[in-house]
Design a protein around this ligand. Structure first.
Ligand code: TNX
Length: 543
């Protein structure tokens, strides 16, 4: 069979014989079907992109930029069909939203897709079919830019293929976010969830409440330090560590993501994990006492939003109005996790609310809180998504659940007919260790090496077909209590994201760890060209 699949290609430059076999095709995530054929296409200085609309032009630009940097070529786009040596595009209605077909022949490459993402993914596949030097950031010596003739049909298994970046515990610059978006698209991932609010920092400018960023975006210590919970005004004066995105920054990030086929989902935490907001506006908490913005991964923290006062809801609705104007995403994440409800039990406003609304427990009060936000968000035509704690005390009617405490929340929500995104800590927490603890940088705990991430399946065996239909996909979460720098963040993300991308994209029967890990070496070369500080510890893991 291998002999049958092997195709002899005579390199024009060197006259050397190059034999292509299926094992030379190292694309990650693995395409749905691939057929090697006889012959090859060779990119030259005269290769042109035949484009008939703007999105074809935009997608082509990605490859044009690569050839410009890596080879110094200025590949052209043309509007009339050339005779040979070109890439052409076809729009097809009989293909999925993110699907594509890629046909490589001697003189022409044809890309068929329905929408922008399919087109973009075909370009990313072409990039991965080319020699690794296509990723070079400097001009390389002349290379034989040959791709074997082939036919690929490809589409994602899941529609939600995400990564969450926690930019609260540690702040990451806009440029890093944009870089990460490029890399998500490279892995055919389509969702970037930004955790913009947590105890340790409020990271988005809200015009109506300027103190959220003036006060809430800065703290004294960068590192994880014990905090005594007492307010010391001198600390505020010294607060230097922090940062936030202006609304202009957000617009830039969202537009950039859109051009890379990535949706940015904002998370505005509530009712807990909000010390940064309470430090800015203590009146929205039950105790109304000033608190500093704490450092590190402290939990539990008892200061949360007051669920009794109307002003809290007015504040949150005002915030969400500004957030929704910036993020076109269908989903708006409201957190909802780990709310320590100690203060709610003694707060007069909360007690009155419980009485008025006939709520029997503080869990029901949290459910009331989230249901109110869900009504507001759905009245604006958006969908509320929250961590699986939003199930407690009753799930809001239109809510989608992000299952993080294992898959239990996902099972329960899908059983109730709600959509879910699976992100169990066991496989999807990129703040966990990925190699031996004594040689890896300090991590949150847990052990999720690349091989384990690869085993992830958002569909749980015990799910009915009906439940499985509610599984939108999966996501990795990189909490940043211990992740202080961009290079450390990269270290935690790559190559685990490659394993996740294949788990979420490729047909389940084609999943094979040995085969995947044999393709990793090639990806690592590409990461090196892209200056990504990937975790080399993945090398040592073979099973
Ligand atoms: C739990 S996952 C949290 C985060 C922490 C994380 C550490 C979730 C919804 N909440 O606040 O950063 O654990 O792994």
């Amino acid at each position: 069979l291998i002999v049958a699949l092997s195709l002899v290609i005579f390199s024009c430059n060197t006259n050397e014989t190059k034999v292509f076999t299926e094992s030379d095709i190292q694309v990650i995530p693995k395409p749905e079907t691939l057929k090697l054929k006889e012959g090859h296409f060779k990119f030259t200085e005269n290769t042109v992109f035949y484009v008939t609309d703007d999105i074809q032009l935009r997608a082509s630009q990605i490859l044009i930029d690569r050839f410009k940097t890596a080879q110094g070529w200025d590949l052209k786009t043309v509007k009339t069909q050339p005779k040979s040596n070109f890439i052409q595009f076809k729009t097809s209605e009989n293909i999925g939203k993110e699907a594509y077909k890629l046909i490589v022949e001697n003189d022409v490459i044809t890309i068929e897709s329905k929408g922008y993402n399919g087109l973009l993914y075909a370009i990313q596949t072409l990039r991965q079919l080319l020699p690794t030097a296509i990723e070079s950031q400097t001009k390389v010596a002349d290379i034989n830019w040959v791709i074997p003739n082939l036919e690929i049909t490809d589409k994602p298994r899941f529609q939600w293929r995400g990564l969450m970046l926690d930019v609260s515990r540690h702040f990451f610059q806009k440029e890093y976010i944009k870089k990460t978006i490029d890399r998500l698209a490279y892995h055919k991932m389509n969702t970037l969830h930004l955790h913009l609010v947590d105890d340790q920092g409020w990271r988005i400018e809200i015009k109506k409440y300027p103190k959220l960023t003036e006060v809430g975006a800065f703290r004294v210590d960068q590192e994880d330090k014990p905090w005594n919970g007492r307010y010391t005004p001198e600390l505020d004066e010294k607060a230097t560590y922090g940062g936030f995105y202006t609304q202009e920054d957000i617009k830039e990030i969202v537009a950039y993501a859109e051009s890379r086929g990535v949706t940015v989902v904002p998370e505005i935490e509530m009712p807990a994990h909000v010390t940064s907001a309470i430090a800015s506006y203590p009146e929205f908490s039950c105790l109304e006492k000033p608190v500093p913005v704490p450092s590190g991964g402290l939990w539990p923290i008892t200061d949360i939003y007051c669920a009794g006062k109307e002003s809290t809801f007015e504040f949150l609705e005002d915030v969400l109005v500004e957030v929704m104007a910036l993020f076109p995403s269908k989903y708006i994440h409201v957190g909802g996790d780990e709310a320590t409800k100690t203060n709610w039990k003694t707060c007069a406003h909360c007690k009155k609310r419980m009485k008025d609304e006939k709520l029997k427990s503080v869990e029901e009060l949290q459910s009331y809180f989230i249901k109110r936000m869900e009504r507001f968000i759905s009245s604006k035509g958006r969908v509320l998504i929250g961590w699986d704690e939003i199930l407690e005390g009753g799930l809001a009617p239109g809510a989608t659940v992000m299952s993080w405490r294992g898959v239990k929340g996902g099972l329960e929500a899908s059983e109730q007919g709600h959509d879910v995104v699976m992100t169990p800590g066991s496989h999807c927490y990129f703040d966990h260790y990925q190699g031996p603890m004594d040689t890896e940088p300090k991590a949150w705990g847990g052990y999720s090496p690349v091989s384990k991430v690869y085993q992830f399946d958002p569909i749980v065996d015990t799910m009915s077909d009906e439940q499985a239909k509610h599984v939108l996909g999966g996501q990795a979460n990189l909490w940043s209590e211990y992740v202080t720098t961009e290079s450390h963040s990269e270290y935690m993300i790559y190559p685990r994201i490659a394993a996740l991308s294949e788990a979420l994209w490729s047909p389940k029967p084609s999943r094979n760890w040995v085969n995947f890990s044999s393709r990793l070496e090639n990806l690592f070369k590409r990461y090196e060209h892209q200056n990504i500080n990937y975790a080399k510890s993945a090398y040592t893991i073979t099973s």
